[in-house]
Design a protein around this ligand. Structure first.
Ligand code: S3P
Length: 435
């Protein structure tokens, strides 16, 4: 077993970096986004906003500098969002208000994921959207003047909510209201307010009113002024190290500059409830709360994760399932069906991963059950098939710290979609002892 020690920083937040590129394109002037996420997903969004007319003046690991007059233009090229669900869905919302034709596509995994969840409400606002059979990408969007909508989303999804809010920015009369079954992450709402857009935000309901001040008629974009900000570390990336350090004996790890938006911190709450020794110190609040986490090896016990908690930890279920595998008792993740629509069918890939490790787990009616082998367990070795999913591959690499047998993990190249430096950070935290 390999312990995790020292002080690390994790990759900058992916959700915020996508939004940083988009807001850079739809606001007037110069945006400096400091510490953008360098993964392939966010690079695809950056290329897409450049194709929509933003000027990318500088793009490196330290900063992205964008200049824009705030108004998008019809792209001449197909926009390829690679593996990124956030990229394609947010941009689909944005270009729904853009006169002309925009075609959005991605890799095989992205073209299997459901797009009707955004296409349906955007059509009800007046966008003309063609999809492949079954509501899959590629998407061909004929955008133009939109009208308001009062939409009740069947899924709690920040991607759906953000697509509608971004489409709503080009409304010149009426309003859009979106209600979701549970509250999803609120980065778009926070950023809209940060840029000066008034919003009514309730627990699960958000309303954006059209305003002639917001931007020119008949165009996608705004009159808002560009702003510069710093992207905090990604709590979803930090979760791998939190679980690794909680599980591996002899660990004490400090993670600096992590984003602590309360709609994203479900994994911290669950790990603490399981008995993880985890301290949080908030160090700044702008544009979102940022802080330092300290975690020590702990003996974990099982917990029940309720459906209402899932959106606050939706990307962390595979790594929390690994924590559950080394806890005392049976952990349940209730209402986990959304996991079937991620970069892989994560219910299936998580169960397969646990079985390779020698852990019993099953799913029925949206409840994922993990029968913990207790805090002293050592996992079996074998071969993990991550099915092209970066988060399953990263979970496999953390599991490999907890087995004395060789554990092969495939799709390691896909980790670069979100965190190209993941394996290097893992080597830093393990003093070079990771497999
Ligand atoms: C994201 C929202 C989540 C999450 C994804 C990023 C976002 O998807 O899984 O990794 O940036 O808005 P849903 O809100 O569609 O579940």
């Amino acid at each position: 077993m390999t312990s995790l020690r020292g002080t690390i920083r994790v990759v900058p937040d992916k959700s915020l970096t996508h939004r940083g590129a988009i807001f850079g394109a739809i606001t007037r002037g110069r945006t400096v986004l400091t510490r953008p996420n360098p993964g392939a997903d966010c690079q695809a969004t950056l290329r897409a906003v450049a194709a929509l007319g933003a000027r990318v003046v500088e793009a490196n690991e330290q900063r992205w500098v964008l200049e824009s007059d705030g108004v998008l233009s019809e792209p001449t090229q197909v926009l390829d969002l690679g593996n990124s669900g956030t990229g394609i869905r947010l941009l689909a919302g944005l270009v729904s208000g853009l006169p002309g034709l925009t075609v959005l596509t991605g890799d095989d995994s992205l073209c299997r994921r459901p797009m009707a969840r955004i296409a349906d409400p955007l059509r009800s606002m007046g966008a003309r959207i063609s999809t492949r059979e079954g509501g899959r990408a590629p998407l061909a969007i004929e955008g133009g003047a939109l009208h308001g909508v009062d939409y009740r989303s069947p899924v709690a999804s920040a991607q759906v909510k953000s697509a509608l809010l971004l489409a709503g920015l080009s409304l010149r009369e009426g309003q859009i209201t979106l209600e979701e079954p549970e509250r999803s992450r609120d980065h778009t709402e926070r950023l809209l307010r940060f840029y000066g857009v008034p919003l009514e935000v309730g627990e699960t309901r958000v309303t954006l009113r059209a305003s002639s001040d917001l931007g020119p008629a008949g165009a996608a974009g705004t009159n808002l002024s560009a702003r510069s900000w710093l992207v905090p570390g990604d709590i979803s990336a930090a979760a791998f190290f939190l679980v690794g350090a909680a599980l591996a004996p002899g660990s004490e790890l400090v993670i600096d500059d992590v984003g602590l938006n309360p709609t994203r911190t479900g994994a911290i709450d669950v790990l603490r409830r399981m008995g993880a020794e985890l301290e949080i110190e908030t160090t700044s609040e702008e544009p979102e709360p940022i802080g330092r986490l300290v975690v020590r090896s702990s003996e974990l016990r099982a917990t029940i994760v309720e459906p209402g908690e899932i959106p606050r930890l939706v990307d962390e279920v595979p790594i929390l399932a690994l924590a559950a595998a080394r806890a005392e008792g049976t952990t349940e993740f209730r209402g986990a069906q959304e996991l079937r629509h991620k970069e892989s069918d994560r219910v299936r890939t998580t169960l397969e991963l646990l079985r390779v490790l020698g852990v019993q787990a099953e799913e029925s009616e949206g409840v994922l059950r993990v029968h913990g082998r207790g805090p002293k367990a050592t996992f079996s070795g074998g071969a993990i098939r991550a099915d092209g999913d970066h988060r399953i591959a990263m979970t496999g690499l953390i599991a490999s710290l907890l087995t004395d047998e060789p554990l092969a993990v495939d799709s390691r190249d896909m980790i670069a979609t979100s965190d190209p430096g993941f394996e290097a950070t893992l080597q830093t935290a393990t003093g070079g002892a990771a497999q």
